[in-house]
Design a protein around this ligand. Sequence first.
Ligand code: SAH
Length: 288
Amino acid sequence: MTARWHVLNVRVPDALDDEIAAVLGSGSLGVEVAAFRPGMTELRVYLGPAEDPGVWRKRAAQVLSAHGLPADASELSIDPVPDGRWVERWQASLSPIPLGRRFVVVAKESALDQGGREPIRLIPGMAFGTGEHETTRLCAAGVEQQVTPGSRWLDLGTGTGLLAIVAARCGASRVLAVDSDPEAAAVASEVLAANAAGDVVEVRVGSIAERCGETFDGIVANIQSSFFISNAASLASALVQSGVLIASGFLDDDVQDIASALRAASFRVEARASLGPWVCLLARRGEA
Ligand code: SAH
């Protein structure tokens, strides 16, 4: 899948910009607030490749209408983002983002003292995974809990490589990080090198097939729900007996279907965590 970024644009009266930006920005990658003309502000809500623009359009229209603003008058529009340069600007200005219990994600140039948390350095680039998104945070917390020293992990849909780095820092002896988007894989390689994780983490372009028969003690996958439904059996066979799957990237509504697909493939769903509407499941491979 090639990354498709979208930006949702909407023009709102100044008096409402903070409130609408907060509501509309929740779950997005970030909101840019720009003066449009006196009294009016333009909000640009950036959406990652996993987001459905149709769903966001509907959500935005609802938020506007709740504030007495018709979508037409607010010039609501959603456009593909032609290049990733805004991501670079935005990531460069990132404030540190705490991740799990132990880490903090910082832009490359940031000072290293982060209140006792261990920094993971992010390099601006066109890939998903700054540590801000709920699903990344849920997965990072799961990885922190589940990685045991010397264990082997597969990070499926690595994006910037953040979760692979968390696994390596928590003691994994090998992490295979794959992403079907070559651009993401390139960003991940750079971020891994900047975090001196390159000797533990190997990056490959592709998906679960690129494990080439290797098995793992754990898999972390922050990917769209359809992936888990179509690949439950392959996920099980990529794990050793009792290996653990940390799965996120989907909403509450999808959990039932994903859990049944996982159970049919021998997994036991052992725990569930959520942040806002986003869910993370922890499942353990049973007897095949
Ligand atoms: N792991 C990061 C990024 C998650 S975004 C984090 O948690 O923050 C999901 C990533 O999965 C994207 O980079 C996307 O390119 C990749 N992806 C989507 N479908 C995939 C598939 N079938 N196989 C491998 N990677 C996939």
